[in-house]
Write a new protein. Sequence first.
Length: 240
Amino acid sequence: MSTPPTPPTPFGPERRLGRRLLQLYAGLALYGFSSALLVRSGLGLEPWNVLHQGLAERTGLSMGLVLTIVGAAVLLLWLPLRQRPGLGTVSNVLVIGAAMDAALWLLPGVHGLPAQAGWTVAGVVLNGVATGLYIAARFGPGPRDGLMTGLHRRTGRSVRLIRTVIEVSVVATGFALGGSVGVGTLLYALAIGPLVQFFLRFFAVPEGGGATTVVAAGAGGGEEGTSARERRPAGAILRR
């Protein structure tokens, strides 16, 4: 008499993979939506989207398309750094920009400081939720984060220094091109690290045996691409 197949456990490989894929794509789509909220608020964008908006203003392309093109170009810079993209890396390039353009098409502009402030706060918080979702899925870093960690390994400089140099350069270039810098940019810089740290732990996917893997967040939200057990400190987060 044959033995009946063992039913999947709550933390079985199939369910973990399904949950991880759901988290990945839900997080990436929500990231694009949260970025669109910040665009529509008119009070300032996250650093890379300052550049994307500036380039969109100069080229006439949509912000989402610019985001996708820049992400693909940054991904090419991984080659000399010997970085290896994952499913999350490629999906990051393809999904976030499309989700942002769709959200920008659906969302109306807002007028008046209370409404603008509300959309800014909602955009920052949802961005933290989105980042926690897709990073905790553990399918690889976004192209911009991989560039940062690759430079960290090749130069020996700290992730914090490299991230600061890159993002200051990105914001300055984007602002010069017409991108929006404001109180929303400052709020994002101050709040995204703590928000992502919280949501990474909240959305962490259990590994075999019920153990949980998270990527801990350090001050400022810089990314090292390092997974760590919940009980171990780590240096940073993975962001787009």
